[in-house]
Structure formats: C-alpha cells, structure tokens
Design a protein around this ligand. Structure first.
Ligand SMILES: *Cc1c(COP(=O)(O)O)cnc(C)c1O
Length: 382
C-alpha cells in the first residue's frame, strides 16, 4: 500500500499488546471464556460502572444474546434508531422480531425521543438507542420513556466505549448495553464485543448461551470432580478468545490516552475546517462527551459527494459515507419514514479519524477538503 495514504481508521497497538498475546500463549489457555476473559470482564464492569460484563465475539453477537435474554421473539416490535450500522436491526430480526425504525435528531444524530411515541405499537417491547460515531443518545429521557411504557431499553454502544452522558459512562444506562471491539472502533482486538447489564437474569442467560448453552469450560477445568455437563438448550459459540481478551485488557488501560488523542484530532479538524464553505462540522451535545469513533462532516446539499470523495482519494486521503439509513435497506422491507436519517445518509462524509494521526496529516486532510470544495467540479450543476 502507498505509504503516504492517510487511512480512515487505524488501530493503536504497541509492545504491551504483543506482550499480552505472548503471555496468553504461554499461559496454556488461548480459547475463549478463560482467565483473561474473566479478568477483562471484571475490569470492563469497573470502568463502565456496570453490574456485569460478558465478553463476546462481536457487538452483533452481544445484541443477539441481549435481545434473546430479554425475551424477544416473533410477534414483537422493537424501536430501533434508524441511523446506524445495520447490525442493530439485524440482531432484532435474528430473534424473529420486527425492527421499527425511528428517525434521529438532526444535531447529535441519535434517536429522536419525540419520534418514539409515534412509532410505538401495542407489540412494542423495547427501544434500541445508538451512540452514533461515539456520542451518547439522550439516556435520561429514554430511560424515563421506557419506564413509563413498561418496555426495555438497550444501548448499542458499539462505538461508545469511554463516552459519557451527564457524567455517567455509556454502558451504565438502560437494561443492557452492547459494545464492539472491531478494528475500526476506539479500542479493538480485531473482532470482539461485550454485553454490560444490571440484570442478573440477562447476564446468566448470555453467559450460558454464548458458550453452546452449558456452564463454562473454565469452571469445569477448575473443579476436582469430573463434571459432565448437560445440554438443555441450544446455544451459540459467541465467545471472545482469551488472546483477544488479553489485548482488550491492554486497550482498556489505554482508553483515556486513546480518547484524548482522538479529541486532539477532532479539535485540529475543527480549527482548520470551520468556515470552509460547503461543509458543516459535527456537533457535540453540551451534556455529553464524544469519543470520536468516526469524524463525520455534513456536506451542503449542492456538493457532489462522490466527486469530492474521488478528489480526496486521488490525494491519498481515505474517506467513506457516515453510516446507513436502516429503513432504506432492502433486507428489512421497512415502510418507515425517517427523513433526517435519509438526509444524513446522503450527505455525510467520514474523514480519517484515529489516535495515530499527526498534525501534518490533519493539515493534509484539511487542505485536500478545502481545495476539493473550492473546485467547481464538486458542486453539482443545478
Ligand atoms: C460497528 C457497529 C456494530 C457492529 O459491531 P460488530 O462488532 O462488528 O458486530 C453495531 N452497531 C454499531 C452502531 C456499530 O458501529
């Protein structure tokens, strides 16, 4: 790959992660659900102020197990924030239930609490809010609304590790939260995820069902007796390997440092790009902290996004769309109407955001955007 390409996302790995992997191989337990996974779960619970954590193989697995643990099944409706990576809606559909997509706020791009009431049906059993690009949804209003209707609330905190809302960490709101440690998230082990929950029944369900439906191999290995488990339910294999858990323990320790590096990049972009015609900068709600999993610009309606993207790419700057308007994805056959989300889906542009970006690279990204937006080519003929 061309050395001078500025990547959209990049992990931050060093000697500590490599040491952690080496020591896990040396320990003799590399499969999932072992000592490293246990240690990671304990530390994650402490950091996000959650009663329990279950380490799993992805956020999609986390959402699937959580919904099943909350009793979701065929005939149920779930209100899902429309503007998200479609794994959120997929996990609802994987339970045989129907996602009902709800529009998002035009400023924070998180689920619009006002729009939830209109989408509610007698079959609605829960709400899924999404911490879009690393910014928390309106959890106090959402918790209040869920309690008033007697339905559950789950956070899709895939991009939200380390973010706060009114000084409380993401992952501590609602009935449960689901995190992703995929390569493009703020802390990562390649592929991975976690469930945090205050419900011991949901935690017990997830713990059993993420490992085929039986008690963990570690507790069997630790026993002096020969334990022969019985399979009384059909579970999945959604375990996080202990190799990945060891990496996550290091990444978790570095989380504050990685967040401040991303904050520095966000500040750098804001300085260089404010006032550039053709774009607006992302907004941060006053009562929350953003962890900048992605940095996403909103282009003016007359900007030709595809041409601007081509200009950036030919100048060695990777870019992408923001995320998806779920209701437009054919897999769901949805008839929802979410004009805000649809508009963001067509106008958003994600530019490089990771903890390794240098000030020179931030300059280069800003310069490429500025020259691209000045060119007549990127403005559609009206
Ligand atoms: C990345 C992401 C997911 C999927 O996470 P995986 O760990 O890849 O399954 C789900 N929801 C949101 C909002 C995401 O950003």
């Amino acid at each position: 790959m061309n050395e001078s390409i500025i990547r959209l996302g990049e992990p931050t790995f060093g000697d500590s992660e490599i040491q952690a992997v080496a020591s896990t191989f040396g320990s003799g337990w590399i499969a999932g659900n072992g000592p490293k996974s246990r240690a990671f779960e304990k530390e994650f619970s402490r950091q996000v102020a959650a009663a329990q954590t279950i380490a799993v193989s992805s956020c999609t697995a986390a959402l699937h197990l959580t919904f099943k643990g909350l009793g979701l099944g065929p005939g149920d409706d779930v209100l899902v924030a429309d503007y998200t990576f479609p794994a959120t809606g997929h996990a609802v559909a994987m339970c045989g239930a129907r996602p009902r997509f709800v529009d998002v706020r035009p400023d924070t791009w998180t689920i619009d609490v006002q729009a939830i009431g209109d989408a509610m049906t007698p079959q609605t059993v829960g709400i899924v809010a999404v911490d879009v690009f690393g910014q928390a949804a309106d959890y106090l209003e959402l918790e209040e609304l869920a309690a008033r209707h007697g339905i559950w609330l789950v956070e899709d905190a895939a991009a939200g590790a380390g973010a706060t809302y009114r000084s409380r960490p993401v992952g501590s709101f609602g009935d449960a939260a689901c995190f992703s440690f995929h390569g493009r998230k703020g802390i990562t082990c390649g592929e991975g995820g976690a469930i945090t929950t205050r419900h011991s029944a949901v935690a017990a369900y997830a713990r059993k069902m993420h490992a085929f439906g039986i008690e963990s191999a570690l507790s069997r290995a630790e026993s002096d007796d020969l334990i022969v488990p019985q399979f009384d339910e059909i579970g999945w294999n959604y375990k996080l390997s202990d190799i990945a858990a060891a990496v996550m323990l290091v990444q978790l320790e570095r989380l504050p440092e990685l967040i401040s590096a991303r904050q520095r990049v966000a500040n750098g972009y804001a300085e260089r790009l404010s006032g550039v015609p053709g774009l607006s900068l992302p907004a941060v709600g006053p009562d929350r902290t953003h962890v900048w999993q992605s940095y996403v610009l909103t282009l003016d309606p007359m900007v030709d996004r595809a041409r601007l993207a081509r200009h950036l790419r030919t100048n060695g700057v990777q870019c992408n769309i923001g995320t998806y308007a779920s209701h437009l994805q054919p897999a769901y056959g949805s008839s929802a109407c979410c004009p805000v989300s649809e508009n963001l889906f067509s106008r958003h542009l994600a530019i490089p955001m990771h903890a390794n970006l240098t000030s020179d690279e931030i300059d280069r990204v800003a310069a490429a955007l500025t020259t691209g937006l000045k060119s007549k080519e990127t403005f559609a003929v009206r």
